[in-house]
Design a protein around this ligand. Structure first.
Ligand SMILES: *Cc1c(COP(=O)(O)O)cnc(C)c1O
Length: 402
């Protein structure tokens, strides 16, 4: 098994050389930042810039790639939600911007389908409330209808938020186009959270007034949030840096890094990357074929991103290990492999190839075999009751920094 290279800063920091097959996870450092962004960050760090001008350049680049009138860069997509909601409430009223999160007499209600009130590591609704807005859920978790959205709009309504994500309930929700039509007929702007979605144009085309992306996910930029939309709306988001946006701002490095990552996105060899990811999936599939208690197949991304994953179904009787225990075993030791395990209670894991360095796929294959063999050799099935597994995870959260 290869070990991390000598110039790997992780060893110096006392960190394990994790291999990420879970996807783009903030808790693992998000993504591999593309070389173009790394260079831009390094080059700008030691210079003074006029931030308004740098952000104006970012606006041009974002507009070019998204088809929007303008764009803005903030700390994260989560910050983008708070700032877009703030902008919808304050407009360009500088005094109101300084009063937030006190909304006084401003319209302050924000509509969101109940099935979209999810957690991406923190609750979506909290990002809305952070601006001082009041969340008004539309429909129920498993169904929302146009009449419910229309009925919920009042003279208090400032905006509506729409989330595109594998996290949301994936049936019974109002399609974005219909959602936007209903909102626009009543003069309500639509904010789309598309943090992890590769398509930089579709949501604006479908009626978003502002769409939000994470700069540090599929784009491979530094930690940041990208806002794209109508020029007046984007300007009002920018103006929030005089208020609640101050604590959510990015520095010059973040803005220059995002510009470079977006430019690199235009030239990225998407087909080549897809083919490389496919080779990793095929290797893991071959590795797992015929293993006792394991069935694996390639599944498409649930929101239609150009990305496939390997679904590894674990039969605890035959494999002698549960899916969640297998995930824990893979994540342990000096060569941790972090798999996508948020649905492990359903008896499967997913392997996501989108954040692999060259040759890491074979380490992943070796680690899979190692842990599956360990399970086969154990006297009894390795099976932590799932409820206990959850409680242990919860307990762990509170242990940091120990
Ligand atoms: C990741 C994610 C976010 C948060 O993005 P950050 O840029 O890390 O704040 C918000 N919404 C969805 C749907 C996400 O997947």
């Amino acid at each position: 098994m290869t070990k991390a290279s000598d110039d790997d800063i992780r060893a110096e920091l006392g960190l394990r050389p994790v291999i990420n097959v879970s996807g783009t996870m903030t808790s693992l450092g998000a993504s591999i930042v593309v070389p173009e962004a790394v260079t831009a960050v390094t080059r700008v760090m030691t210079e003074f810039v006029e931030m308004g001008d740098l952000l104006r350049q970012a606006s041009h680049t974002i507009a070019e790639l998204t088809g929007a009138e303008a764009g803005f860069v903030t700390a994260s997509c989560s910050a983008g939600i708070s700032l877009a909601v703030a902008a919808a409430m304050t407009g360009n009223n500088l005094w109101a911007i300084e009063q937030l999160p006190d909304t006084g007499t401003l319209r302050n209600e924000v509509l969101i389908q109940a099935g979209h009130i999810v957690s991406y590591g923190a609750p979506v609704d909290q990002a809305i409330r952070l601006a001082g807005a009041k969340v008004v859920p539309v429909g129920q978790a498993t169904s929302a209808h146009g009449y419910q959205l229309d009925g919920a709009i009042s003279e208090r309504t400032a905006a509506a938020v729409y989330v595109v994500s594998h996290h949301v309930v994936d049936y019974g929700q109002i399609p974005l186009k219909t959602f936007a039509d209903i909102c626009h007929a009543r003069g309500v702007p639509v904010i789309v959270d598309a943090a992890s979605e590769y398509d930089l144009r579709r949501f604006l085309a479908d009626g978003a007034d502002v769409v939000l992306y994470s700069g540090h996910k599929f784009l491979g930029g530094p930690t940041s949030g990208i806002c794209a939309g109508r020029k007046d709306f984007i300007r009002n988001i920018y103006l929030q840096n005089r208020g609640i946006g101050r604590g959510m701002k990015v520095g010059k490095e973040g803005v220059a890094g995002v510009i470079a990552a977006l430019q690199a996105w235009k030239n990225r060899d998407h087909a080549g990357i897809r083919a490389r990811e496919r080779r990793a999936l095929d290797l893991w599939l071959k590795t797992l074929t015929g293993r006792d208690g394991i069935t694996a197949h390639i599944v498409p991304d649930p929101t239609g991103n150009p990305l496939d994953r390997l679904k590894v179904v674990v039969d605890p009787e035959a494999a002698r290990v549960t899916a969640w225990d297998l995930a824990s075993m893979l994540a342990s030791g000096p060569h941790p492999v972090i798999v996508r395990d948020h649905e492990a209670e359903q008896g499967y894991l997913l392997l996501d190839p989108c954040n692999l360095h060259p040759d890491e796929e074979s380490i992943v294959a070796a680690r899979l075999l190692e842990e599956l063999d360990r399970a086969r050799r154990s006297n009894e099935t390795i099976s932590t009751p799932h409820a206990q597994h959850l409680l242990a995870q919860e307990k762990n959260i509170l242990k940091w920094p120990d």
